[in-house]
Design a protein around this ligand. Structure first.
Ligand code: DC
Length: 227
């Protein structure tokens, strides 16, 4: 019996707003795989920290929170439950985005999150989206993608998401914050965002999600057929 009886492990890494979760969710659906948005886990922890008044530089306090917190992922990653409460809408605010980037720098926090992600993906048949999937969570992933897009385009997408959610949105501020988060996520000491060896680079600036998904699907199907 294969070590991954449910299928392959597909890793999608890249900066925020590149379209990873849109294409990852659609790809998982086409494959009949589970989709795991690992950024939502860091966001849920960040929300918990903000609500409990835990300082974002308190590594020990955040690690304790990370151990205790229950994070449920439902409806193909669209619904996130924090200790049983549906917090999906609260996770997309600019405040939580910035806080998630800050909580994710702490090694004990990352260890706990990575352990959970490895448990959830161990049987295979899973598409994971994040920053360190192909480098730290599943360095032995069967297929690795590195998805990127022009920062201005990424800011436009985040802006549209916030407007659609009825949240206040200032495009210039969003672009500035995206660049700041890119810098923080790519320069942190523990598992910085970087293209994993062997990852297939996909630039989504000039492509629709459907085009990107078709391309990814072809790669995964070919890997499946070689199993
Ligand atoms: O993908 P996202 O924007 O929802 O991620 C929120 C933050 O979480 C991001 O700034 C970096 C962090 N993150 C991480 O460090 N590792 C992951 N696997 C996923 C997200």
């Amino acid at each position: 019996m294969s070590a991954r009886p449910r299928g392959l492990v597909v890793a999608i890494d890249g900066p925020s707003g590149a379209g990873k979760s849109t294409v990852g969710r659609a790809l998982a659906k086409r494959l009949g795989y589970v989709f795991l948005d690992t950024g939502a886990m860091y966001r849920a922890l960040a929300l918990r920290a903000l609500r409990t008044g835990t300082a974002l530089d308190d590594a020990a306090g955040l690690a304790a929170l990370a151990h205790d917190v229950r994070i449920g992922i439902e409806d193909e990653g669209r619904r996130i439950l924090l200790d049983g409460e549906d917090v999906s809408a609260d996770l997309r605010t600019r405040e939580v985005s910035a806080a998630a980037s800050r909580v994710s720098v702490h090694p004990p926090v990352r260890r706990e999150m990575v352990r959970r992600q490895q448990d959830m993906g161990a049987l295979g048949g899973v598409v994971l989206d994040g920053r360190d999937i192909g480098t730290a969570v599943f360095p032995d992933a069967d297929v690795k993608f590195y998805v990127d897009a022009d920062p201005a385009r990424r800011a436009l997408r985040r802006h549209a998401e916030l407007v659609a959610a009825g949240a206040p949105a200032d495009l210039a501020a969003i672009e500035r914050e995206i660049r700041e988060r890119d810098h923080a996520d790519s320069t942190r000491a523990d598992s910085p965002l970087t293209r994993a060896a062997g990852a297939i680079a996909i630039d989504t600036t000039a492509h629709t999600p459907e085009e990107v998904v078709e391309r990814m699907l072809a790669v995964v199907r070919s890997a499946e057929s070689r199993r």
